[in-house]
Design a protein around this ligand. Sequence first.
Ligand SMILES: Cc1ncc(COP(=O)(O)O)c(C=O)c1O
Length: 432
Amino acid sequence: MSLVSGCLGINSAGRLTIGGVDVTELAKEFETPLYIMDEGQIRQNCRAFSEAMAASYPGNWAVAYASKAFACKHMYRVIQEEDMLTDVASGGELFTALGGGLPPESIIFHGNNKTDEELRYAVKTGIRRVVANGTEELRRISRIAGESGRTVSVSLRLSPGIEPDTFSAVQTGQLDSKFGIPIETGDAMEAVRLALSLDGVELQGIHCHIGSQIFDTRPFTMTAEVMVSFMAKVRDELSFSLKELNLGGGYAVRYLPDQEVLSISDYVGAITKTVQDTAKRHGLPLPELVIEPGRAIVADAGITVYTVGSVKEILGVRTYLSVDGGMTDNPRYMLYGAEYDILLPARALESKTQTVTLAGRCCENELLGVDMPIQPVKAGDLLAVLNTGAYNYSMASNYNRVPRPPVVMVREGKPFLAVRRETWDDVARLDN
Ligand SMILES: Cc1ncc(COP(=O)(O)O)c(C=O)c1O
């Protein structure tokens, strides 16, 4: 049986383990539905990116964890210990990151249409970089910097005009996008000009993020070439040196056992080579290079464990399995048909002879996946959805007033609650 993540295993009793701990035992102790994450796998993923950058890029570099993939105070502590930067995409993520003890100078603030309140908070706390998504935001940053008598270190989010082959909801670098200032229309050059003229704004660099779950190096290298060439154009037209180049995230991870993915070192190596080649061609010094993996840091570190409530077989049609979670803890199938591997943790070695459609408990025709192979299953069985560490907990909702599951972290074989289970009281706590 091939498992989709290195932190998963099967013990001598034929049961699924994560970080060496028996998943069935964890479900007994913490109940279902339950997110479980392995801290060792998260750290291994962090190091794989840092080592690949160190090995292939002779200039200054940094790896920033895109914390929208999975954010809680403990996760931010791990990122700090791994000596990485962090990207936050809202005031709430920034608040949690600072609450987790992250130094402000390690935080990059992204997001479309940040509010004045968020920008004031970012300016007051003195974070490393605010990434402006457009010229209107740039002017607001300048105004807010003026109000507080500070200078804000800024980067500009550009859209390089690259359309990667991935779900349209996670394509973000093409011309027709709410994200970024387009290069091809001339708007990006005008934005640089504006940034250089505004008080309270110190322009450090440019940023882009073309999308997520991209399997091929080509869109990344095309983007790197466009961005470095733009830096050269800024030097030529405005006699200004942009110091930092942030190329965002987007590296695709494996969700199904037979999926082919790039290695982290091939992905990083392709980008760093293009940046170096293009800089050399234009006679530019090497920029400080930042990448922002999110999914790749946490996806394969997590699983979700449910209890099967009912098995509904419609002869000649399909078999529905309903579990005690659903789109409230994992909306990704409903959002973009995302696929996952599933198995029964208590009988992990048995052959997957059944095919099921996995349904949730919401009052909605909501699914977690269709036509999924699984071991022979019955009501009351535990069921694990694998590689749910990214964009599951962070995208969870309280639809139907369903409380969100807890996150149990396994560290060196010991489980602890990184996030406790929500209660009905939590769900109703804001109501007057
Ligand atoms: C600005 C930015 N950086 C990084 C990421 C992380 O992308 P991924 O999780 O695909 O690595 C995202 C994801 O949306 C993003 O918007």
